[in-house]
Ligand binder design. Structure first.
Ligand SMILES: *Cc1c(COP(=O)(O)O)cnc(C)c1O
Length: 471
């Protein structure tokens, strides 16, 4: 028997494996908008199909990929559908996916400026374009994190360093034990990832500030609370409430925070992008006067998971917080810092590369059209849903979020379940203002007028059927 020498990097071998992955991906993505949206298999069912035992004898790579796709596909939720509105999840532009594939093929460790220069340059430019599009201070550092949770963490870590340094306390050297207490103020409807970031940073439970009907922080209440105590202070504001889409009153809130000498951070996971839409940018008036901003590219910008964006004006606070120094690292001598000084990770994928490709492909006009298009689709959806009998839109639709409810909690829950079971459109069930709601987040670039019309038909059908089951 002849033993073939098939090296893993042999061209023919590579081609077979990657062709098979490519075709499998195309097969999955083909007709994405015709598929039932929810996953049809449970985790246990997919695990059974995958097989629990680690085989003793390895398997042929093409076989492995085929087996993987066959087993996993029934468990995939079609979040790329133009009628998917669950949580806040963006779709994927083909150019973003292509660039993401290249990023994996290149397999660069994007931590060091002078080592993996190609991807560092692309990420640098992507970062500058983001600052331009969002109207944020050009001197800011931009770090590409896994998501907005880690972007919040990164920005707040820099904030912690700075507000304690202002009191003569070096948190990196001295830790938190015995440090002046850092006071943190948040609106009652901030995202849960803010609390997580504060907890990880040892900053504890923040002081909660009252919000208005749309979930916006009340600047007067914030000013009152800030007056009550002194010391290192962080104020966290929000661009884009997940239920209402509302934006905090940045001008007044930031003014109150400045009076107290506070660091101001804005969580704008999806809402920060409203600054790049001609019809929505007024929602971010004065937001650029904050100190740090957290956002996502995997939501509004429609790049694949995972990609968050941490933006910090005080670059020395950020770099001294996130940077690490070791003799084996080829530390840069450039003013621009090493990418690892802007995010928690040392080694990481060059997730800013798909951002570069997406922005280059859209151009300024395309980004304007994307953001305005999402907001317009949300406003159309809201108008047409509110015309359906028995359905009320609860929020003032200023951006991409539409929150609806039926007359009773029971009916709202039944509607959500029926809609998801039918499979044609997907919205999240949630609770807001003490009632059950069905939340539509318009976050996919493919959600056009036709998708909105089809969604309204799907909701109308589900409404008729869920009503009859309740009666
Ligand atoms: C989604 C979201 C987050 C968390 O972002 P991840 O990318 O899931 O980590 C934080 N804040 C807001 C307002 C969000 O919508």
């Amino acid at each position: 028997m002849v033993q073939h020498d098939v090296r893993p990097t042999d061209d023919g071998d590579l081609l077979r494996v990657l062709d098979s992955a490519h075709l499998t991906a195309l097969r999955w993505m083909h007709g994405i908008s015709e598929r039932d949206i929810p996953a049809s298999a449970t985790v246990d069912e997919v695990e059974a199909a995958l097989g629990a035992a680690l085989p003793v004898m390895g398997e042929e790579p093409v076989e492995v990929l085929r087996h993987l796709a066959d087993a996993v596909e029934p468990g995939l939720m079609v979040s790329q559908s133009p009628r998917f509105y669950g949580w806040v999840m963006g779709g994927t532009y083909p150019v973003a996916l292509g660039a993401d594939w290249l990023t994996s093929a290149w397999d660069q460790n994007a931590g060091l400026r002078e080592v993996t220069t190609g991807v560092v340059a692309a990420e640098d430019i992507a970062g500058r374009w983001i600052l331009e599009l969002l109207g944020l201070p050009p001197e800011s550092d931009v770090g590409f994190t896994t998501g907005a949770t880690m972007a919040n963490f990164t920005c707040l870590a820099a904030a912690r360093t700075r507000v304690l340094a202002n009191e003569g306390w070096d948190v990196a050297a001295q830790g938190l034990t015995g440090a002046p207490r850092v006071r943190v103020f948040v609106g009652a409807e901030r995202h849960g990832s803010v609390d997580l970031a504060l907890s990880l940073l040892g900053l504890g439970v923040p002081t909660i500030i009252a919000v208005d009907d749309e979930g916006r922080i009340r600047a007067d209440a914030l000013a009152d609370e800030l007056q009550r105590a002194a010391g290192p202070t962080i104020v966290i504001l929000q661009a884009g409430n997940i239920h209402s889409g509302a934006f905090d009153p940045f001008g007044d809130a930031i003014e109150a925070a400045r009076h107290a000498g506070a660091w101001v951070h804005i969580d704008g996971a999806f809402g920060l992008w409203a600054a790049a839409g001609p019809t929505t940018r007024h929602l971010l008036d004065a937001a650029a006067t904050a100190d740090s901003w957290a956002s996502d590219a995997h939501k509004t910008l429609n790049v694949p998971y995972d990609c968050g964006v941490a933006i910090v004006r005080d670059t020395s606070a950020l770099r001294s917080t996130m940077g690490m120094h070791a003799s084996y690292l080829f530390a840069t001598t450039s003013d621009a810092a090493d990418p690892h000084e802007r995010v928690p990770e040392l080694s990481r994928r060059a997730r800013g590369v798909p951002v570069w490709a997406t922005l280059r492909s859209l151009g300024v006009d395309g980004v304007h059209a994307l953001v305005d298009g999402l907001a317009r689709a949300a406003s159309d959806l809201s108008r047409e849903l509110s015309a359906l009998p028995g359905l009320t839109v609860l929020n003032d639709v200023v951006f991409t979020q539409v929150c609806v409810a039926c007359a009773s909690d029971e009916a709202t829950r039944a509607l959500g379940e029926r809609l998801r079971a039918d499979g044609d459109a997907f919205a999240s069930s949630s609770r807001w203002h003490d009632r059950d709601v069905l939340r539509f987040s318009v976050s996919n670039a493919l959600t056009d007028a036709q998708a909105v019309a089809d969604t309204v038909s799907a909701v109308s059908r589900a409404l008729a059927r869920s009503d009859s089951t309740l009666r």
